[in-house]
Design a protein around this ligand. Structure first.
Ligand SMILES: NC(=O)C1=CN([C@@H]2O[C@H](COP(=O)(O)OP(=O)(O)OC[C@H]3O[C@@H](n4cnc5c(N)ncnc54)[C@H](OP(=O)(O)O)[C@@H]3O)[C@@H](O)[C@H]2O)C=CC1
Ligand SMILES: O=C([O-])CC(=O)C(=O)O
Length: 257
């Protein structure tokens, strides 16, 4: 398998290093225009400029990267693995992804990201799911650059404060760097419009805490994860990066989850 990767951010760097250790060095990276290079690992600014033979593009660069490069890759027959799941809350983009994947005969794979229990939710919805709620809690620093800044003073916050309450669609669109987990939960359960989301800035939180609650004909489920963030980005949990590597390695096995 020949793999390309978008960007060199916190998640991308982790994924690149761990794939190399697993014997799958990244063959090329996609960078912003003007940052191209001809190093040992070529850096190009478009899918069209990737070396021949790439069969997998990894996007852990955010919603805009999936829109710009992910769709083009799918259209040219390159499978894509992404953590930018909240981008699919834009219905027009979701349609573009489906059309591009069908045209190119490729697949968009969603990594599980910073959350778990998605397999249980997908099984549970085969029965009847009555309600699904996702609560995302991060230290104030984890919400810098998000709409939370318009609701609370993150620098001087004294107690846990809810700064978003609403549908997974609204959360995903408003918080592109923070609510991809909400999107993953929604796409695994009741969909973007019927999955309830609450986002909290909490000065007492020392990790990114994600909680899923669901009830249905299967019974009920509560899942909580306290995820350490990556050293380079307090917004992003290390598990999100690990999930990308796990997805790629798992899909190569003869016996798979
Ligand atoms: N599903 C999940 O559970 C999670 C999903 N995420 C998603 O992953 C994204 C990345 O997270 P993280 O690595 O921590 O973020 P970083 O900000 O550390 O890195 C993002 C990188 O992507 C690059 N980039 C963005 N757009 C493009 C583009 N169009 N072309 C080339 N490079 C691009 C940025 O470059 P530059 O600096 O030039 O902008 C930067 O290097 C988040 O924005 C979020 O959407 C994050 C955490 C969890
Ligand atoms: O990494 C996390 O903890 C979650 C996150 O940013 C997201 O859902 O986009």
């Amino acid at each position: 398998m020949s793999i390309a990767l978008i960007g060199s951010g916190a998640i991308a760097s982790y994924v690149r290093a761990h794939l190399a250790s697993a014997g799958l060095p990244v063959a090329a990276i996609i960078v912003r225009p003007g940052k191209e290079s001809n190093d040992e690992t070529p850096a190009v600014s478009s899918v069209a400029d990737l070396p021949k033979g790439i069969d997998m593009l990894i996007d852990c660069a955010g919603h805009e990267a999936l829109r710009t490069h992910g769709i083009e890759a799918l259209r040219t027959g390159i499978d894509v693995v992404t953590v930018s799941i909240g981008a699919l809350a834009d219905a027009a983009l979701e349609t573009e992804v489906v059309n591009a994947a069908q045209y190119g005969g490729a697949v968009l794979h969603l990594a599980s990201g910073a959350i778990g229990a998605l397999d249980a939710l997908r099984a549970a919805r085969i029965g009847e799911l009555h309600e699904v709620t996702y609560v995302g809690r991060k230290p104030p620093m984890g919400w810098v650059g998000s709409p939370a800044e318009d609701k609370v003073d993150l620098a001087s916050l004294q107690k846990a404060t809810i700064h978003f309450s609403g549908s997974a669609r609204k959360a995903s669109l408003a918080y592109p760097k923070n609510a991809n987990v909400a999107a993953a939960v929604a796409l695994s359960s009741l969909g973007f419009d019927n999955t309830t989301v609450e986002l909290i800035a909490d000065p007492d939180a020392s990790a990114n805490i994600h909680e899923v609650r669901a009830a249905g004909s299967f019974g009920s489920l509560t899942f909580t994860i306290s995820g350490k963030s990556l050293p380079d980005n307090p917004k992003s949990s290390a598990l999100a990066a690990m999930s990308v590597v796990a997805k790629i390695l798992e899909d190569r096995k003869p016996i798979r989850f």
